[in-house]
Ligand binder design. Structure first.
Ligand code: PGA
Length: 249
């Protein structure tokens, strides 16, 4: 039985002091040992965020990481900078990074490999545009993203990975994919993982849905057989996130 993983993606929101305040506000609301709870926050707030959640059920993740160990990469974050402060999760290849910061399937793959090398769990993002959905190529496109992201990743590593299916047209738009649409793609992702590796790996990997998840939509989405939680943007900055985390109560 896969444990659900419900992650907030704070994107470029909240200063370090606002981060402390919001985490303290959300702490009592997100207490649910049935699920893994995670907040991915801006790099500048990671250290204080780690200190703020000490002793709680909350994990902290990064929103990005570079695929080199160190060196002349101004502005980038190295994997050992994350592990040094105890960060164990990182979002890789969010559609906003692909759109605004030129990330490709190839850089996503390099980052995924590097994260595993350092024992950091990648949350690997994939998702189609509205045009691709209307063209009927959603599943083909997602399969390609997944296959490239997982190149040279071992089955043992893949078992611990998290994949976030986030249709781009549903991100920040208030337009949630229907439960059927979300389940269909998450199931296709699991089948793709089974093809690459085996049934045991497909059964272990956790697949999230993301895109305008709210307290209202979470229970039905998370009840789907292939949806193991969510990657939540806007709603993770509000008390509502407590209801999303406690969707099963
Ligand atoms: P949203 O963002 O919940 O605000 O749509 C999700 C995401 O981009 O991870």
């Amino acid at each position: 039985m896969r444990k659900k993983i419900i992650a907030g993606n704070w994107k470029m929101n909240k200063t370090p002091s606002e981060t402390v305040a919001l985490l303290n506000e959300l702490k009592p609301l997100v207490a649910n040992d049935d699920v893994d709870v995670l907040f991915c926050v801006p790099a500048i707030s990671l250290t204080t965020a780690m200190e703020t959640v000490k002793g709680t059920n909350i994990n902290i993740g990064a929103e990005n990481m570079y695929f080199e160990e160190s060196g002349a990469y101004t502005g980038e974050i190295a994997p050992n900078m994350l592990t040094d402060i105890g960060v164990k999760y990182v979002i890789i290849g969010h559609s906003e990074r692909r759109e605004y910061f030129a990330e490709t399937d190839e850089t996503v793959n390099k980052k995924v490999l590097k994260a595993f090398e350092h024992g950091i769990t990648p949350i690997i993002c994939c998702g189609e545009t509205l045009t691709q959905r209307e063209q009927g190529v959603t599943i083909d496109f997602i399969r390609q993203q997944i296959k490239i992201a997982l190149l040279n990743v071992t089955a043992e590593q893949a078992k611990t990975a998290v994949i976030a299916y986030e249709p781009i047209w549903a991100i920040g738009t208030g337009k949630v994919a229907t439960t059927e649409q979300a389940q269909e793609v998450c199931k296709a992702i699991r089948e793709c993982v089974a093809e690459i590796y085996d049934a045991a790996t497909a059964d272990a990997i956790r697949i999230q849905y993301g895109g305008s998840v709210s307290a209202a939509s979470a229970p039905e989405l998370f009840a789907q057989p292939d949806i193991d939680g969510g990657l939540v943007g806007g709603a993770s900055l509000k008390a509502d996130f407590g209801k999303i985390v406690n969707y099963n109560k």
